[in-house]
Design a protein around this ligand. Structure first.
Ligand code: RUQ
Ligand code: CUA
Length: 687
């Protein structure tokens, strides 16, 4: 039976693939239906029915084709998954492509009650690891997810995500798609760029957004001299320890940069492998002051015709750090600007007005940047850049002494794509096709970045930010689908009041040679504002995902928890005023079912889910104490609280896990301090 199912899945997946590539409308629908064994549903017999449905629902043949291209039959897995940031939600989200079916929330910087994220001890410890100047901040603003890479392509073992608002980076392990580590940038207050990774995930690269003093002290932000001398940006390279699956803080470093807002970044590939690039704005170093009658930031920060691309060499920087040529600031290695300049680690290249976004081509030779107040994508040629660097041909230096390379001499050329160009993604590698998002025009443009020619244009709804194509920022983009991450939805969905969802539109790019990008589907995304997303081949991640945890696993370490509790080994121990419980959960009971303690006791409950069956998750919901946890099969988790008030506190399993799920409950009984435990109150070490 299980085997049968699998067979069906495979053949249907093949059908899907052909639908994605070819697109044969009704025939595909027929085949899909046949595969789900709907009685008598061959293409011929449904055509009458199909015509009727089309008429009733007002669907054009075009609509039906789009539906066929996105429909994924029940029980069939999507060929791709999209890892989307979630902006102010502080989370990440996973959905299938092309079905656009939401699969998972990955809790990262903010608490999330489904998974007990931030409510059980293990996750609280991980959140604590990302403390901001000693405070656990649980708001976050996720922007640019990045899969770990091997040889320039996603290996899908880990994913990284930045928190723009606090300058943090998190590591997610795709064996269980759970956050394993959060680190705070010790010198940068906000990091917008990143997380992009070097070709073999040697480093996770993030760039500063809002320049600020490194020392966390007060320095007048409106005093130009103070701003120029004390405010700083930077490029941070986080060392990734693949074996441990963690960022290695010790061996991470920041290259000090001027107080320009470094914004978005991307890592080089192949020939440009050793370099990291970021665009920037406010090279004016405007300090604002709308409240004093000065022009607002937005005007002062966009006064110049050009800003700078920053490029830094992490490979050489690594050597500089090894030689001890750094400063320790807040315990973090910082390469001072002067040292960076002397060692040829940093260069600037002018780029059109207030750019946003920078992307390196699959072969690593071209660096694409769009000036959002310009109408072009500027295509820089890395070979030309290196020629100037190697021959020390500079156009001058910025006020901090950083060499500036000539824009004219480094440009391959510019292509006029439209109003408000932002981000770029790539189609299959040798096609030289890229896609550019036009925020102001609300359109996506397909163009040849070598011939500098626009090939096609499609309207989107509305105001697109990033684009994501399948493996679209790797050395080996796969084409097929492009997702447009739109900021505004306006009139697209059922009216639900002033706060609208975002709108992710799926575009068919399966034929790179055709002129026709094709709009397939619009998905409301009501979970914060996603910025960037990456789309990965499902096969890569499915191979790695665990079905259940080995019994007694702590997901924080992915190893056996010291609190793993086997059946028959459950216990309650009271030492002083600490009650510690080793509990098990299995359909359909907790053991123990009664926990006695006294007012003021600290209560620690370690729970092991003994289930070995896939998807048999339990969890622990409890009255008043503001803790919870999710217990996936095999997991051991801990909740801890102070029983600060006399009373009876029911706890129960919040997952409808069995016919007797409602019966899966228990009581925490908190006695007055001076009361005696009743007969039957159970402790393994009775006082
Ligand atoms: S952002 S819409 Cu990448 Cu944070 Cu550009
Ligand atoms: Cu376990 Cu409901």
């Amino acid at each position: 039976m299980g085997k049968d199912k699998k067979k069906g899945g495979v053949s249907r997946r093949k059908i899907l693939k052909s639908a994605a590539v070819g697109g044969v409308g009704a025939a595909v629908i027929g085949a899909g239906l046949a595969a789900t064994k709907t009685p008598k549903a061959d293409a011929a017999s449904i055509s009458g029915e199909l015509a009727k449905v089309m008429k009733e629902r007002g669907l054009s043949p075009d609509d039906v084709l789009s539906a066929a291209k996105t429909y994924v039959p029940e029980g069939v897995h999507d060929p791709y998954v999209c890892l989307s940031s979630g902006g102010q939600s502080g989370h990440l989200f996973l959905y299938g492509v092309p079905s656009m079916r939401l699969i998972k929330t990955i809790a990262v910087f903010a608490p999330e009650t489904w998974q007990g994220w931030g409510y059980d001890k293990e996750s609280q410890e991980i959140m604590k690891g990302g403390s901001v100047e000693g405070r656990v901040v649980h708001t976050g603003d996720t922007h640019h997810p990045g899969f770990s890479e091997t040889n320039g392509d996603y290996d899908g073992e880990y994913a990284f995500i930045n928190d723009k608002s606090q300058g943090r980076v998190a590591v997610i392990d795709t064996r269980d798609w759970q956050t394993k580590q959060i680190v705070k940038n010790p010198v940068l207050k906000s990091t917008h760029g990143g997380t992009s990774v070097t070709e073999n995930t040697e480093y996770v690269f993030t760039a500063c957004q809002y320049a600020a003093p490194y020392d966390n002290k007060y320095h007048d932000p409106m005093n130009q001299k103070v701003y120029d001398t004390i405010y700083r940006g930077g490029h941070t390279y986080w060392k990734f320890d693949r074996k441990k699956g963690r960022i290695d803080m010790e061996n991470s470093f920041t290259i000090e940069l001027p107080p320009y807002m470094q914004d978005i970044n991307d890592c080089g590939k192949r020939m440009s492998h050793e370099w990291g690039f970021s665009n920037s704005f406010n090279t004016e170093r405007y300090v604002g002051g709308i409240e004093r009658g000065n022009p607002p930031f937005e005007a002062g920060c966009s006064a110049n015709d050009t800003d700078f691309i920053h490029m830094t060499n992490w490979k050489k920087a690594e050597e500089v750090v090894k030689k001890g040529n750094y400063k320790l600031i807040n315990g973090h290695k910082v390469i001072p600007m002067k040292v960076a300049i002397e060692n040829g680690l940093v260069y600037l290249i002018p780029v059109m007005k207030s750019p946003h976004g920078i992307t390196v081509s699959p072969d690593g030779r071209y660096i694409l940047a769009s000036g959002k107040l310009d109408t072009h994508v500027s295509v820089y040629d890395f070979k030309k850049i290196m020629h100037l660097i190697e021959n020390k041909i500079y156009d001058g230096r910025d006020p901090y002494g950083i060499p500036i390379l000539s824009m004219r001499k480094t440009l391959h050329g510019m292509v006029q794509t439209g109003l408000g160009p932002l981000h770029n993604q790539f189609d299959v590698a040798d096609s030289h096709i890229a896609y550019n998002s036009l925020f102001v025009d609300s359109a996506v443009v397909k163009y040849d970045y070598i011939k500098l020619k626009v090939l096609d244009r499609i309207p989107i709804h509305y105001n697109v930010g990033h684009l994501a194509a399948v493996h679209g920022d790797t050395v080996n983009p796969r084409g097929n689908y492009l997702i447009s991450l739109n900021k505004l939805a306006i009139d697209r969905f059922v009216e639900i009041g002033p706060l609208h969802p975002q709108n992710h539109e799926l575009i068919d790019i399966s034929n790179p040679l055709s002129k026709n990008m094709r709009m397939l589907y619009a998905m409301p995304f009501p979970l914060g504002e996603p910025h960037y997303a990456q789309i990965i081949d499902s096969k890569i991640v499915e191979k790695r995902a665990w079905k259940v945890y080995p019994l007694g696993t702590d997901p924080a370490t992915m190893a056996r928890s010291p609190y793993r509790t086997l059946p028959g080994r459950e216990k309650v121990v009271r030492k002083g005023n600490h009650v510690e419980v080793w509990m098990t959960a299995i359909r359909s009971h907790f053991n123990p079912e009664h926990i006695y303690c006294k007012v003021g006791d600290k209560v620690t409950i370690h729970i092991t889910n003994l289930e070995r069956a896939e998807d048999e998750t339990h969890d622990f919901g409890v009255y008043y104490f503001n803790v919870t946890t999710s217990l996936e099969p095999g997991k051991t988790a801990t909740v801890e609280f102070v029983a600060d008030k006399e009373g009876i506190y029911p706890y129960y399993c919040q997952e409808f896990c069995s016919a007797l799920h409602l019966e899966m409950f228990g009581y925490i009984a908190v006695l007055p301090k001076d009361a005696k435990f009743p007969e039957g109150a159970f402790f393994n070490n009775e006082e």
